[in-house]
Ligand binder design. Structure first.
Ligand code: ADP
Length: 320
């Protein structure tokens, strides 16, 4: 029913990935087009697992924008919250893993369509029908997208949605680390569910310690569930009344892109129908095990969207 809708707000873009790995961007002989953007990945993760999802954001009215909208629809995600900008183009990212193991990013965003979403363009009817509103746009810093972001959060909250946040830190996109921290923290205390990676935890606390104390230093009174994902080490969880860790699954990892988004999509797909698990540790642990399985499967295939699991794939891994 429409009461189980998860709305994911943010950007969708195309990652250009070199056809040969271990070379710099300048040396790449060619690129594969991989659709991505964390909020869009989350919406598709939800839908592929059988849930109801909508994506809210702006694309360019160009070949890439229409290709991305088509990918959402093919995957069963509602495109009713998508706007097409008549002037600016769809965002592009060039991402490569160099021989020295460092990730190199280059973005086409000057400005791209996603950054130009205006508050008056939002499909508020769709946003107000969300039971879970997930956000984590990398365009938080720029207007008018920032105002649209805040407006969408407010509308969802007023209509009773559970708010979920993943900061999706991509430092090269921010003018400075200080500004990134400030902007992330400006929307931090609105979220009732927050998922950070170990890297984001270090960045936000300014300490290289990953432990309960550093995680809980980020706690705020509205928070119901804080998650720290640790890649092959699984995740840690914190609520008002309990905390703990859930181990990851051992799989043959080839590309970790999208693992965190699969994890979030799996979790939200369960929370949308029953928030009482937030007060029930054994049941929450079961859900986090499922979310870990979904993250693990996503690492076994190249790319984010093509690698997101179906429910039966996840259940197979859980059965062992
Ligand atoms: P992000 O993609 O946001 O950095 P993580 O890499 O921590 O997030 O991945 C999210 C979840 O996916 C982890 O908590 C874990 O359960 C699973 N996962 C990620 N990498 C691996 C891996 N190499 N092996 C098994 N599971 C993984």
């Amino acid at each position: 029913s429409s009461s189980s809708l998860i709305v994911s707000f943010g950007e969708m873009l195309i990652d250009f990935v070199p056809t040969v790995s271990g070379v710099s961007l300048a040396e790449a002989p060619g690129f594969l087009k991989a659709p991505g953007g964390a909020p869009a990945n989350v919406a598709i993760a939800v839908a592929r697992l059988g849930g109801k999802a909508a994506f809210v954001g702006k694309l360019g009215d160009d070949e890439f924008g229409h290709m991305l909208a088509g990918i959402l629809k093919e995957n069963g995600v509602s495109a009713d919250g998508i706007n097409f900008d008549q002037g600016a183009r769809t965002a592009l990212a060039f991402v490569t893993l160099r021989a020295d193991g460092e990730r190199e990013f280059m973005f086409y965003r000057n400005p791209s369509a996603d950054m130009l979403l205006r508050p008056d363009e939002l499909n508020l009817e769709l946003i107000r029908s969300a039971k879970v509103f997930h956000y984590g746009s990398i365009s938080l810093i720029v207007e008018p997208c920032r105002s649209a972001h805040l407006e969408a959060m407010k509308a969802a909250k007023e209509a009773g949605a559970l708010l979920s946040y993943d900061p999706n830190l991509r430092l090269p996109l921010w003018p400075s680390p200080e500004e990134a921290r400030e902007q992330i923290m400006s929307i931090w205390d609105k979220a009732e569910v927050i998922k950070v990676s170990d890297v984001e935890l270090e960045f936000l606390t300014g300490s290289d310690k990953i432990d309960d104390e550093s995680a809980l230093s980020l706690w705020h009174p509205n928070l119901k569930l804080l998650l720290v994902t640790l890649g092959e080490h699984g995740c840690r969880y914190y609520t008002k009344s309990f905390r703990g860790a859930v181990d990851a699954f051992h799989v043959n990892t080839v590309d970790t892109t999208g693992a965190g988004d699969a994890f979030v999509g799996a979790l939200l797909g369960k929370l949308v129908d029953d928030q009482s698990v937030l007060e029930d540790e054994p049941r929450l642990r079961e859900i986090l095990k499922f979310a870990n399985a979904c993250g693990a499967i996503t690492t076994t295939k190249k790319g984010a969207i093509p690698a997101l699991p179906t429910e039966s794939e996840a259940l197979n891994l859980l059965k062992g």
